[in-house]
Structures are given as structure tokens and as C-alpha cells.
Design a protein around this ligand. Structure first.
Ligand SMILES: C[S@@+](CC[C@H](N)C(=O)[O-])C[C@H]1O[C@@H](n2cnc3c(N)ncnc32)[C@H](O)[C@@H]1O
Length: 225
């Protein structure tokens, strides 16, 4: 059990782990990929990979990789990069490994974003998709500090998540989001503030109203040189 136990989030939906799994609970994991396809997450992953401007020879880590869709997409977009997907959920990692079967320079490892098992300044890019809203505020802060630690100076963290400058005009899902405590720290400039506290130069790259997710916002956070 990790020492940073995100109490407020992990007990959602009767979850029994010390992390909130991809679909809320293990029994729902087999439906996760279909759900994410219906939610339009492929497009979000594609956009995030383009924003990360991956180059050959880079070492790239995804934190909270779940079933591996973004990690595999990043690998296919830049075959010369070395990809690691990290997640605390062994069931999701087993699915991710099956997707990466036959690809080289990609692996999946168990790890919590707030206690990454990697040395300082190990990576050129860290990616995070739809993960931060799974973390309580304390864990989120610790995870961003860890991303900063494992990135080289001048390297960057690229995030997409629900939230950002949400207003009631963004539709019903957004209005629900405004009252959802899981998403509260993601609203407004909550994420850029946490990124700056972790030592990053932070920017919102794009923010879009989203028919099924309410609003999604993309962030780039650079570790100063
Ligand atoms: C909604 S899923 C997103 C998965 C993947 N990034 C994607 O875009 O499909 C959120 C993931 O965050 C993981 N997660 C939850 N708590 C975590 C933590 N403390 N550190 C790292 N990952 C965590 C869950 O296990 C889950 O796989």
C-alpha cells in the first residue's frame, strides 16, 4: 500500500484498491476500451501525442497509462522513441502488454505517479491522459513533483484531462462537472497552479468544449533549463 493514500477518490464506486482504477472498479475494466472509444478519447490521445512533438531517441513515460492506448499510440507515432507506460493497476497493465506485443522499445511497469520508480532526470517527455482527476489534491501535487523530478531540464510534461475553464454554458456534462468533487481541483486554473508549485513553466495549450466529457483541456509544463 502506497504511503500517499488518496482517501477521497479511491473509495468511489466501492473500489477496494488504494488507487481509482480506469473504469472505477476491476469488474468494469473489460469494457473500458469500448467506453473510451465511445467517449472519443482516441482523438484526445492523437492531439496530445502531436503536442508532445516526440523525436527519435527520446525516453518517454506515460503516468497512469491504464490499458496502454496512449503509450502504444505514441510509440507508433514515433517508433524511434523509447516508451514506458506506468500504472498501479496490474490488470490494466496486462491488457496494455498484449497491445504492445510485437513492438520493441515499449514496456509497461507497475508504479504510482506520486512515487515513480525512476532516477532523477531520466525522461525527455512525460505524458498524462485522463489520469489527474483520479487523484486527490495531495496525490496530484506529489505526482506533479515526481514528473518534474524525472524530467531533464528543458523537457516537458503533456497533460490532457477533463476540466479547465469550465462554465455552465459548456452543457449538461460540464454543469455536472462543476459540482463533482473528483474534478474540483481540475477546474479553472487549478492544474496550472499545481504545475507552477511543482516548479514547471505551465501553459494551457488548448481547451475545448466536449460533447461527451463536458470540457477537456491540454496543458504543457516545461521543466526550466
Ligand atoms: C481513466 S484511466 C486513463 C488511462 C489512460 N491514460 C488512457 O488515457 O486511457 C486513469 C488511470 O489512472 C490510474 N491511476 C489511478 N491512480 C493512480 C496513481 N496514483 N498513479 C498512477 N496512476 C493512477 C488508474 O489505474 C487508471 O489506469
Amino acid at each position: 500500500m502506497t504511503k500517499n493514500h488518496p482517501h477521497s477518490v479511491v473509495h468511489a464506486m466501492g473500489n477496494r484498491h488504494d488507487y481509482l482504477p480506469a473504469a472505477g472498479r476491476d469488474a468494469l475494466l473489460p469494457g473500458y476500451d469500448l467506453l473510451t472509444r465511445l467517449l472519443g478519447m482516441r482523438k484526445l490521445h492523437e492531439t496530445l501525442v502531436a503536442q508532445a512533438e516526440l523525436a527519435s531517441g527520446q525516453r518517454v513515460l506515460e503516468i497512469g497509462c491504464g490499458t496502454g492506448n496512449l503509450t502504444v499510440r505514441a510509440k507508433r507515432a514515433q517508433p524511434g522513441a523509447e516508451l514506458i507506460g506506468s500504472d498501479p493497476d496490474p490488470l490494466a497493465l496486462a491488457r496494455a502488454e498484449r497491445k504492445a506485443n510485437g513492438l520493441s522499445g515499449i514496456r509497461f511497469e507497475r508504479g504510482y505517479a506520486q512515487e515513480l520508480p525512476y532516477p532523477d532526470q531520466e525522461f525527455d517527455r512525460v505524458l498524462s491522459a485522463m489520469m489527474l482527476h483520479h487523484l486527490s489534491i495531495d496525490i496530484k501535487s506529489a505526482a506533479l513533483a515526481e514528473a518534474h523530478r524525472v524530467l531533464r531540464p528543458g523537457a516537458s510534461l503533456h497533460i490532457v484531462d477533463v476540466g479547465g475553464p469550465v462554465t455552465a454554458d459548456d452543457g449538461l456534462v460540464a454543469r455536472l462537472m462543476l459540482h463533482n468533487h473528483h474534478v474540483a481541483d481540475n477546474l479553472g486554473d487549478g492544474i496550472p497552479q499545481l504545475l507552477r508549485t511543482a516548479g514547471f513553466d505551465a501553459a494551457v495549450v488548448a481547451s475545448q468544449r466536449h460533447r461527451r466529457l463536458g470540457r477537456v483541456t491540454y496543458y504543457r509544463a516545461t521543466r526550466p533549463s
